[in-house]
Design a protein around this ligand. Structure first.
Ligand code: IMP
Length: 439
């Protein structure tokens, strides 16, 4: 039987961790595990649309913006230039962490060139989702409109906010146009310049202590051989370039985004880990070829607690899609795979894996960007017997039931990437680390 683990777990200087499906793969837990061996943790894209859940000591932490590495006492957490920052959310999150006994202080750095989410971004996101004809099912956190402004050179960065003259000038200019859009397209009353100015200058005073030239900071850390972990948010198929467009988020969630989103050159990267669930989930709109029927969906939603960490929306669930995961391995250059929530499948008598799609009389072994293929394709499945055993207490690969090992081995073979981490529960200790076999 093929064994899905070929590489030794080793902590190298620069590791990127990405979601290899549609987000919510369980990255929060893996980041938390790897944070213990990292000096710096960097968020490089997205904003508070993300929700990383970490459980330990019977406590549950959900972080939306600050890297979950902040839960480790030593680590420096960096919000990179590729992230969009809602200052209100940032300070709420800092306050909540401190209330829970986590000291943030000097351990948090926010890139001066990260863009700010402004009140009109939320509003336009929500209005577009409510009134627009083509809904994406966004988190309504203003993410898309903020990135759109960044690209249209109408954004406001952290460094702009720290200079009150520059900030007032830019806000006045940009708000004039936004208010026209609000009035003419959405019939919405205008937003007040002075109110936003006052609110944001208040944030500026607090933001000063966290703002940094994050590119330089990371360069210096890397020069000293510090261990840096880049934590991706969302997932490969929500990436604006490589995902199921237009049902995507507006940032670069793939490994390439870690470079542009932090100012790190490609030559620095040593290791790229992809995170998948042992099945698949998706929240929000968009095609999902392996989606379960409603009966099985309910079972897995309940067993896997599949409700969005940010919006509370139920996640759609389906079988593991190897077509999707193989494409993720290619686009991210995955070296290793972490398979999460294996325990959720414990009671299943039979488990399916999608190996190809059939559409219009053709067989698609590779991922297709044609939205109609993804929407209407019939998945080609292979069926595996379940293990019907509670694996949540197992801590070593060899002790997993044979059918569970066979299932993992097949996933690894289809994706073409060795598995190094298997998660069998939400607690830190419910993790199996796979090591190279002796000899
Ligand atoms: P936005 O990022 O709020 O613009 O939403 C765009 C799409 O990405 C929607 O389908 C969201 O449900 C999805 N999305 C955004 N963030 C996450 C996440 O952290 N996990 C899963 N889906 C997400």
């Amino acid at each position: 039987m093929p064994v899905p683990h070929l590489v030794r777990i080793k902590i190298m200087s620069n590791t990127i961790l990405v979601g290899a499906q549609w987000g919510d793969e369980g990255k929060g837990k893996v980041i938390d595990l790897l944070s213990a061996e990292s000096d710096y943790i960097v968020r490089y894209q997205g904003g508070n649309n993300a929700g990383h859940t970490v459980r330990f000591d019977k406590k549950r932490f959900v972080l939306h913006l600050i890297p979950s590495g902040i839960l480790h006492k030593r680590t420096i957490c960096v919000i990179g230039n590729g992230v969009v920052v809602d200052p209100k959310v940032l300070f709420e999150e800092i306050a909540l962490l401190e209330k829970q006994g986590i000291r943030v202080g000097k351990r948090l750095k926010v890139s001066e060139t990260a863009h700010l989410i402004m009140p009109y971004h939320h509003l336009i996101d929500a209005l577009h989702e409510t009134h627009g004809k083509r809904k994406i099912g966004t988190t309504k956190r203003g993410i898309g409109p903020c990135y759109a402004d960044k690209m249209a050179r109408q954004g406001i960065r952290v460094v702009d906010l720290l200079n009150s003259k520059v900030f007032a000038e830019r806000l006045r200019e940009i708000l004039r146009e936004k208010n026209e859009i609000l009035k003419k397209i959405y019939h919405h009353p205008p937003l007040s310049f002075s109110k936003i100015l006052k609110e944001y200058l208040g944030y500026a005073r607090k933001l000063k202590r966290y703002a940094a030239n994050a590119t330089l900071l990371l360069h210096e850390a890397q020069a000293k051989r510090k261990r840096v972990l880049f934590e991706g948010a969302q997932g490969t198929f929500l990436d604006v370039d490589h995902g199921t467009y237009p049902y995507v988020t507006s940032s670069s969630a793939t490994s390439g985004g870690a470079l542009t989103g932090s100012g790190t050159p490609p030559s620095r990267i040593d290791r790229i880990i992809g995170v998948v669930k042992a099945y698949t989930t998706r929240v929000g709109g968009g095609p999902f070829p392996t989606q379960f029927d409603s009966k099985l969906m309910k079972v897995i939603q309940q067993r896997g607690e599949e409700y969005g960490a940010t919006t509370g929306r139920p996640r759609r669930c389906g079988w593991f899609d190897a077509v999707v995961a193989r494409q993720a391995a290619i686009v991210n250059g995955l070296d290793e795979l972490a398979v999460m929530k294996l325990d959720v499948l414990d009671a299943m008598p039979k488990i399916k894996i999608c190996t190809a799609y059939r559409y219009g009389g053709k067989l698609f072994r590779d991922f297709s960007y044609d939205i109609d293929v993804l929407r209407y394709a019939k998945p080609v499945y292979e069926e595996h017997p379940g293990w019907r055993f509670d694996v949540s207490g197992i801590r070593s690969y060899g002790k997993l039931p044979l059918n569970a090992r066979r299932y993992l081995a097949r996933l690894s073979e289809l994706v073409g990437v060795p598995i190094t981490i298997v998660s069998v529960g939400s607690e830190r200790k419910q993790t199996i680390f796979l090591r190279k076999r002796d000899g």
